[in-house]
Design a protein around this ligand. Structure first.
Ligand code: ASP
Ligand code: MG
Length: 419
């Protein structure tokens, strides 16, 4: 039993979806396919939410019409008459849901989750009919019947225990009877049956969760790159592909800003020792990368991640009191309450530095709160560079001509706030 995850780029066009057939048909069965929305559908649905919540219902409905047309055209192109008729019926159910959600638009986050997940529901319906047309024994599953979450809309937390029981009750019997499954990434539902989403790019995480719940032997994420690289090729020259890498290295890279895999993906895999393969859907024969447990023979080139849009905060106690443990606790309480991610800190007797994600509006609130006890200065538009397994050469090269505002080094890792 294994899980394949296909992202939006892999099904952006009907040609792309057709090109996945050799990958799916040569997979060791049964396989669970966890799939994102077509291409950039999620962004388009976000625009509908914007309009609906600004009470521009007419615009929201117009945008919804475009999405309807795109999905119907796509389905008509890839399906024969018989399968298209069935797909049309299935898509219309979700398109009606979309209309209602626009009409009922209320708070932003709640409305977002009722609307945006429809992309995944529609793409998987089309893909399912296509695979059935190819004679694959596959069943479409609405993952909202399996993944139970709380009601933190847009960043819902999964109830692992309940969802695990549902997965065993609803997915395992299908798989054991020899059926393959196609289902959605990114979405879940609350105990009141409201739809939820797990955060942008959350389908990787869904695939890992489902794999851990059904006891899959492996997860493969199919991407448009040839595997994991030691740095983002869009930002750095001379990158190299990594054959094998540990869960620990990947989770650190993802946490500090590498956009390769959703950061939450690794934990369920590591906890269940399920290997993760990252492979290229454009050429399935390229070896790709395997993410697995630490083995001593793993060798790493310098692993480089850059996180942009950071703020470096500098606090100095106004009354010259020491920044003690209890002061640190108070500071962290403020960060926690405002949901601000702290990526790097350094403290001294009466001062405290923190590199944090820039959160727009929340920054003013933060600075206002901190100003009661501290003189606050902030450097916006800085970036956080993390290099694991660094060499002095690489470090020199990457900091040349840059202004280093903060540097922290351990034996294998260096982190720098740069301007
Ligand atoms: N379709 C969602 C997104 O674009 C989820 C995903 O692709 O992982 O964020
Ligand atoms: Mg995606």
């Amino acid at each position: 039993m294994q899980v394949y995850k296909f992202g939006g780029a892999s099904i952006a066009t009907t040609e792309r979806m057709q090109a996945l057939w050799p990958i799916v048909s040569s997979a060791e069965q049964p396989v669970v396919l966890v799939v994102s929305a077509l291409g950039k559908t999620t962004n388009a649905l976000e625009a509908i939410v914007e309009a609906a919540c600004k009470q521009d219902k007419q615009k929201a409905h117009e945008l919804a019409k475009t999405i309807e047309r795109q999905h119907m055209d796509y389905a008509r192109m890839i399906l024969d008459e018989k399968h298209f008729k069935e797909a049309e019926k299935a898509l219309n159910v979700f398109l009606t849901e979309l209309q209602w959600a626009i009409d009922d638009a209320s708070t932003y986050d709640y409305t977002y989750d009722q609307i945006v997940g429809i992309g995944e529901l529609m793409s998987t319906r089309i893909f399912a009919y296509y695979l059935q047309q190819q004679d694959l024994n596959v069943e479409w599953v609405d993952i909202r019947d399996v993944i139970r979450t709380d009601d933190t809309y847009r960043d819902a937390k999964v109830d692992i225990k309940y969802s695990g029981e549902q997965a065993k009750a609803k997915l395992l019997p299908l798989l054991q009877s020899g059926k393959n499954i196609i289902t959605q990434g990114f979405i879940g539902a609350t105990s009141d049956n409201a739809s939820t989403t797990l955060g942008r790019e959350g389908s990787d995480y869904s695939a890992a969760l489902i794999a851990s719940m059904i006891g899959a032997t492996a997860v493969t994420i199919w991407k448009d790159v040839e595997g994991l690289k030691n740095a983002d090729p869009k930002k750095f020259p001379n990158t190299v592909r990594i054959d094998a890498i540990s869960y620990h290295e990947v989770i650190e890279m993802a946490y500090y800003g590498a956009q390769v895999i959703h950061p939450k993906t690794i934990k369920p895999l590591q906890n269940n020792k399920i290997p993760l393969y990252v492979k290229c859907f454009l050429n399935k024969d390229i070896k790709g990368t395997v993410v697995m447990d630490e083995v001593s023979s793993l060798f790493y080139p310098p692993l480089i991640v850059q996180k942009s849009d950071q703020v470096l905060l500098k606090l100095t106690a106004k009354d010259f009191s020491f920044i003690t443990e209890s002061k640190l606790r108070d500071l962290y309480n403020i960060f926690h309450r405002l949901n601000i991610k702290v990526n790097l800190i350094q403290n001294a007797a009466i001062s405290f530095l923190a590199c944090i994600d820039n959160k727009g509006r929340k920054m003013d609130e933060l600075i206002q709160e901190l100003s009661h006890e501290y003189n606050v200065s902030d450097n916006e538009g800085v970036s956080l560079l993390t290099i694991r397994h660094y060499t002095q050469d690489v470090l020199n090269d990457l900091t040349k001509g840059k202004h280093i505002l903060l540097e922290q080094k351990t034996k294998h890792t260096v982190q720098l706030v740069l301007m």
